[in-house]
Design a binder for this molecule. Structure first.
Ligand SMILES: [Mg+2]
Ligand SMILES: [Zn+2]
Length: 192
């Protein structure tokens, strides 16, 4: 089923599917720009939106674990008028298609459309992460991982009390997912 415009814009949310009980993580939260897609000058528009190498495969590997994957992104262009909701929905529909082409999907999208200092959800504030936890009560903050490329991502994760791993030019999402897989195996081996 094609996602709705509201879902693509982070304005409507369904309950997340709980992961297998043997898993080591309840949820993985992913920043968008610079984590999933190339952080170039035109990344907000459809023509220049490009996934980073390994990004879709990384999401597919997380999907295969059964752990919910949630996009957590600041898009203040909405508040400044640089970005319309329609343009955002178009970019996110494209993102969802690109992921699907490699067997990957997002379980939810959380988005702050506000300008700096106007809200409690724009990263580095923890509001977007708090909302995921508040609306899915089985999620433990200590069993939640946030992956991002910016200091504001790390600060938001710290403020929300969830784990953080950073991606960088020499450490892609696929490398981070390898770490996730190691975490995932830990509780299984300790109970066997
Ligand atoms: Mg980023
Ligand atoms: Zn906000």
């Amino acid at each position: 089923m094609a996602p709705t415009r509201e879902w693509l814009c982070g304005l409507a949310h369904e309950p997340l599917p709980p992961p297998p009980v043997t898993g080591g993580l309840d949820a993985v939260l992913l920043d968008r720009d610079g984590t999933l897609n190339v952080l170039g000058p035109g990344y907000r528009t459809l023509g220049d939106f490009e996934l980073l190498p390994g990004a879709a495969e990384s999401v597919a590997r997380l999907n295969a674990l059964g752990v919910p994957v949630v996009l957590v992104t600041n898009q203040r262009g909405i508040s400044t008028g640089a970005l319309t909701w329609d343009a955002l929905a178009t970019v996110h529909a494209h993102l969802v298609e690109q992921l699907a082409a490699e067997g990957a999907h997002l379980d939810d999208i959380r988005l702050c459309p506000h300008a700096s200092g106007e809200c409690t959800c724009r990263k580095p504030s923890p509001g977007l992460i708090d909302a995921v936890v508040a609306e899915n009560r089985w999620i433990g903050r200590k069993r939640t991982l946030f992956v991002g490329d910016a200091e504001s991502d790390e600060m938001a994760a710290k403020a929300a009390g969830v784990h953080f791993l950073g991606v960088a030019s020499d450490l892609g999402l696929i490398d981070v997912v390898d770490s996730v897989l190691a975490l995932w195996e830990r509780p299984r081996s300790s109970t066997s």
